[in-house]
Structures are given as structure tokens and as C-alpha cells.
Design a protein around this ligand. Structure first.
Ligand code: C2E
Ligand code: MG
Ligand code: MG
Length: 518
């Protein structure tokens, strides 16, 4: 009998369906297995972190008890020697200090100090102990420690001693807190935040209530929640869709994959190295001065990220920022830059002179719900008013202008200044000026160069300056390289400020501080 087309079609369909079902069964089985493996791995990690937290708690308790038994006169040479011995007998305590009236009078490692006043306590424990997950030691912005105070003694340990055990989990979401619910740290991927007093009771309880593995210490009141979002999962799709996606997708995917693989290998390796550099805090920040054109008075610094490979080769930001943006590393990079740049200029930003620090925020980071917390945290930690921080927004892709406007508005309401960067390039257009609630625009160096070039572009510059004045915005001219340019720009907009090699190249923090204080 000759098979009819309908029979052939039916037979083909049967084969396709049975193959797809087979694949689906195998996939689901594999996913279940992978999930169990992952769960066991995270659980092991949680145990390790909790064990480390217990060790710190035990060491602190032993040290505090030993100090109570001392008969030495507080802060005398004999007393300092005893404090050093007690700390050396523990594994987690770095140093021990003596307290009086909320001030650290001396400590074993440094001897008699200047009587550093402790900041408001972050977590008040049931046994009367006062705990700071992170505090500056002797007001030195370079040294951060965790501190536990009781009676007239204070013990210091490393702030990340427990959470660092999670450093290689770059997709996990973690929260460390007390049994009573006060946050100690939280972490999302490679981004970690040690929580200050203002955030101790934050909205993160949602994560706590909903998520997977939870472990609490038995002898201290430290608890940890950890979860890792599943990768895009076939188990969430309906079986029919999953089977179809898998069967069709695997054939197509394999072909496309081998093609893309060879092209992307170079970029991916740079991306991996960048991810590592961010995780290991190897991104440096340089600062470029911004001055008033009329009298060359310093008004601010722009923070610019710098990255060098271990070989010493510097990768320009124009190469690594787009990679960070594409591969989702920008929020982590922004976090590092915010932390470093504020801490580096803290002595200047906390001082009386009204000098600001501007930080570049890509649109990806602008929508990050943690950005306001992040900025607040570092301002509070360094004692800096929000008004001393400006955020430079660059728009390299067309995206939702209403959403950008909303994010900018709420940052300005909190007191931050917002600048529109690189105006005149890309998508940063006139439409943005009228719509976005910004206070300053940074005109791209293209405009600055036009002062000494063709008549037409000089006219465009005049028009733009005029419009900016009508809208009541401030201007920063970028890329000012010559006296000539500075003079013609000052004539055009007397109150404008400029940034460029004429006033200073990007420089490390110590040079920037010398520049400002000289
Ligand atoms: P930008 O924000 O427009 O920064 C100004 C750039 O102009 C800097 O380049 C600076 O070194 C350069 N420049 C300053 N004065 C002059 C001058 O007189 N002449 C010339 N020809 N150039 C001058 P840099 O440091 O290479 O940064 C390039 C871009 O990378 C920045 O442009 C910014 O968009 C981005 N970027 C840098 N750091 C960060 C960061 O931390 N986060 C984000 N999202 N982007 C960053
Ligand atoms: Mg900028
Ligand atoms: Mg710019």
C-alpha cells in the first residue's frame, strides 16, 4: 500500500512529539538534580558563614570577659600590653580599646588616641552590648572595622570577616541580620553593603520572609538568608512550550552559538577580568578639577574610573564602561566608584568650602532601586551633605525619557545635584533639556573646540548657550585645552564653569586634595 500524505504527516508528528517528550523528561530530571546540588552547596556555605560569625562572637565574649578581670589602670602602658595579649590569643579580634564617655581613649595597637567619639550605635544588643557592623577607626577613612562595645571596653574585628566567605558566589542574594531583625549586611551578586544605623531596619524583610535557605547561629544572634535565582528555567514554562523551545532552540542555538563563540571570546575574557577587578576592588578613581571660568576658582571634581590589567596596561573607560553596561556589571562598578570616590575626597567634601564631587551614573544604574540607599550610605558614613554630590547622567541609547525623568526627580528631591553629561553627542538632545529636571548640562568638547573653528558651529554654540540660559540651567564646558578657548567661553557665558587639561588632568585622590587645599 502506498502511504498517503496524511499518514506520512501523522507518522512524522509522532516521531517529533516522542522526541520532544523524551527531551523534556530528561531536561526536567536534570533541572531537579541541578537544583538539589545547588541547594546543598548554598546550605554548606550558609553553615560556614554562620560558623565564622559564631567564632567572632565567641572571641569577642572571651576578650570582654578577660578585660573585665584586668586590674591594670585603663590606658596605662601595662594595660595596653594586656589588651594586646588578649587580642593576640583570639583568631578574629584585631584590636581592643578602652572606652570612656562614648569615646575611644586608647587601644592596644595604637596606644593613646585623641579620644575618638563613636558614631550613633547601629545595633543595641539585648545584653547591653553595642554593635557597629562598620565604623571608622580613629576617624581614619582608610580603616574600617566592626566594633562591639561593653562597659568600658571595645573590641574590633574585620567588618567582612564572615561575608567574605561568599565572595565567589556572584549570583546569590544574601542577607545577614540579628534574630530580632536588624540588618547587618546584605549582598546581591558581587555587591555588598554593610548596613549602618539608618538602614538597620530596612525594607529587606521581604527577602527574609520569602527566600530559601536560612540559618541562625546558636551562641550568637546572627542569622543568614541565602538564595540564588534560578537561571531562565524550563520548569516554569508549560510542558508543550518547553518541549518546543528545547527541540527547535537546541538546533538553532548550537549553530548560532559556535558562530558567536569565536567572535565573542575576546570580549568575554575582558568582561570576566573586569568582573574580577570589580569584585577585588581593583578599579581606581581619578579626579578631574572643574573650575569657574571667570576667576578659575575650583568648584568641583569629576570622578573617573580607571582600570589597569596586572600587566600594567590601562584599559580606557570608553572600552570597559560599554562592556560593563552590556554584561550587567555596571551597578557593581558604580557601587565601587561611588564608595571609592566619596571616601577619597571625604576630607574636602565634609569641609566648609562648597566643592562638589560628580560621579558618572549610566542609565542602567540610574534605575537601580538600590542607588539612593547606596549614595545615602556613603554620604552618611563620611559625614557629607547630599548637596555636595552631583550625578552625571549620560544617555547613550534611546530609552524611556519619562522613566529617566522620574528617577532624576526623586534624586533631586533627596538633595543630590543632577548633571546631563556629554550634551550634544548621542541621544542627549534638545528634547532632554526641556523635559528632564536637571540643574546643569555638560557640553561636549565638540562645542568647546568650535570656539576656534568654523563660523557655523560657533553659532550653534552661541544658540545652545542662549537656550540653556533661558531654561535657567548651569553649564560646564568639557575639554577646555587652551587659554583661547577658556577666554571665548567666559565671554559667551560669564558664569560658566569648565573642565579640561588647561585646568588639570584626572589625578589620584591625594593630588586632588593638594590641588584643592593649595
Ligand atoms: P566623560 O564623563 O565625558 O568624562 C570626561 C572625559 O574627557 C574623560 O575621559 C576625561 O579624561 C576627558 N577629558 C578631560 N579633559 C579633557 C581635555 O581637555 N581634552 C580631551 N581631549 N579630553 C579630556 P575618560 O576618563 O577617558 O572617560 C571617558 C568616559 O568614560 C567618560 O566621559 C564617562 O562617560 C565614562 N566614565 C568614566 N568613568 C566612569 C564611571 O565611573 N562610570 C560611568 N558610568 N562612566 C564612566
Ligand atoms: Mg562625565
Ligand atoms: Mg562628559
Amino acid at each position: 500500500m502506498v502511504p498517503r500524505p496524511a499518514h506520512l504527516l501523522l507518522a512524522g508528528l509522532r516521531v517529533a512529539v516522542s522526541v520532544s517528550v523524551g527531551i523534556l523528561v530528561v531536561t526536567l530530571g536534570y533541572e531537579l538534580f541541578a537544583w538539589q546540588e545547588r541547594h546543598a552547596h548554598l546550605d554548606d556555605r550558609a553553615r560556614l558563614v554562620v560558623a565564622r560569625a559564631e567564632q567572632i562572637a565567641t572571641d569577642s565574649r572571651i576578650a570582654l570577659r578577660a578585660i573585665k578581670r584586668l586590674k591594670t589602670v585603663p590606658c596605662s602602658p601595662e594595660d595596653l600590653a594586656e589588651l594586646r595579649i588578649i587580642a593576640a590569643r583570639t583568631t578574629q579580634i584585631l584590636d581592643i580599646g578602652r572606652l570612656h564617655d562614648g569615646k575611644v581613649l586608647c587601644d592596644g595597637a595604637r596606644g593613646i588616641g585623641r579620644g575618638t567619639v563613636l558614631p550613633p550605635v547601629t545595633i543595641r544588643r539585648a545584653d547591653g552590648g553595642l554593635f557597629w557592623p562598620q565604623v571608622q577607626l580613629f576617624g581614619d577613612p582608610r580603616i574600617h572595622v566592626a566594633a562591639l562595645a561593653q562597659d568600658n571596653a571595645i573590641v574590633f574585628s574585620r567588618p567582612r570577616a564572615a561575608s567574605e566567605l561568599l565572595d565567589d558566589l556572584d549570583r546569590a542574594v544574601v542577607a545577614g541580620r540579628t534574630r530580632a531583625g536588624e540588618m547587618i549586611f546584605r549582598r546581591s551578586g558581587t555587591r555588598e553593603m554593610l548596613v549602618g544605623a539608618e538602614f538597620a531596619r530596612s525594607s529587606y524583610t521581604g527577602f527574609w520572609a520569602d527566600h530559601g535557605i536560612r540559618r541562625c547561629a546558636t551562641i550568637s544572634d546572627f542569622c543568614l538568608a541565602i538564595d540564588e535565582p534560578a537561571p531562565v528555567s524550563l520548569t516554569r514554562a508549560s510542558p508543550a512550550t518547553a518541549a518546543a523551545v528545547f527541540a527547535g532552540g537546541s538546533a538553532l542555538g548550537l549553530g548560532a552559538m559556535s558562530l558567536a563563540w569565536s567572535r565573542n571570546a575576546g570580549r568575554r575574557s575582558l568582561s570576566r577580568r573586569l568582573a574580577r577587578a570589580i569584585r577585588k576592588d581593583q578599579i581606581q578613581v581619578h579626579y578631574q578639577p572643574i573650575v569657574r571660568l571667570s576667576d578659575r576658582k575650583l568648584v568641583g571634581f569629576e570622578a573617573l574610573a580607571r582600570w589597569s590589567l596586572p600587566s600594567g596596561a590601562a584599559i580606557p573607560p570608553d572600552t570597559f564602561i560599554p562592556i560593563a553596561e552590556k554584561d550587567g556589571l555596571l551597578p557593581a562598578l558604580t557601587e565601587r566608584v561611588v564608595e571609592r570616590s566619596i571616601a577619597g575626597l571625604a576630607p574636602l567634601l565634609a569641609g566648609a568650602a562648597d566643592i562638589y564631587l560628580s560621579v558618572n551614573i549610566g542609565v542602567g544604574s540610574l534605575f537601580d532601586p538600590e542607588l539612593p540607599d547606596l549614595l545615602d550610605y556613603h554620604c552618611l558614613r563620611n559625614g557629607i551633605d547630599r548637596g555636595r554630590i552631583a550625578l552625571e547622567i549620560t544617555e547613550r541609547h534611546t530609552s524611556d525619557i519619562d522613566r529617566i525623568g522620574e528617577a532624576i526627580r526623586s534624586l533631586r528631591e533627596e538633595g543630590y545635584r543632577v548633571f546631563l553629561d556629554d550634551f550634544g553627542t548621542g541621544y542627549s538632545s534638545l528634547a532632554y533639556l526641556a523635559t528632564l529636571p536637571i540643574d546643569t548640562i555638560k557640553l561636549d568638547k565638540l562645542f568647546t573646540r568650535s570656539t576656534d573653528s568654523a563660523f557655523v558651529s560657533a553659532m550653534v554654540l552661541r544658540q545652545v548657550s542662549h537656550m540653556v540660559a533661558i531654561l535657567g540651567l548651569n553649564i560646564v564646558f568639557e575639554g577646555v585645552e587652551t587659554e583661547e578657548q577658556a577666554r571665548s567661553l567666559a565671554e559667551l557665558t560669564p558664569e560658566a564653569v569648565g573642565q579640561g587639561w588647561l585646568f588639570g588632568r584626572p589625578m589620584p585622590a591625594n593630588e586632588a586634595l593638594t590641588y584643592a587645599f593649595d
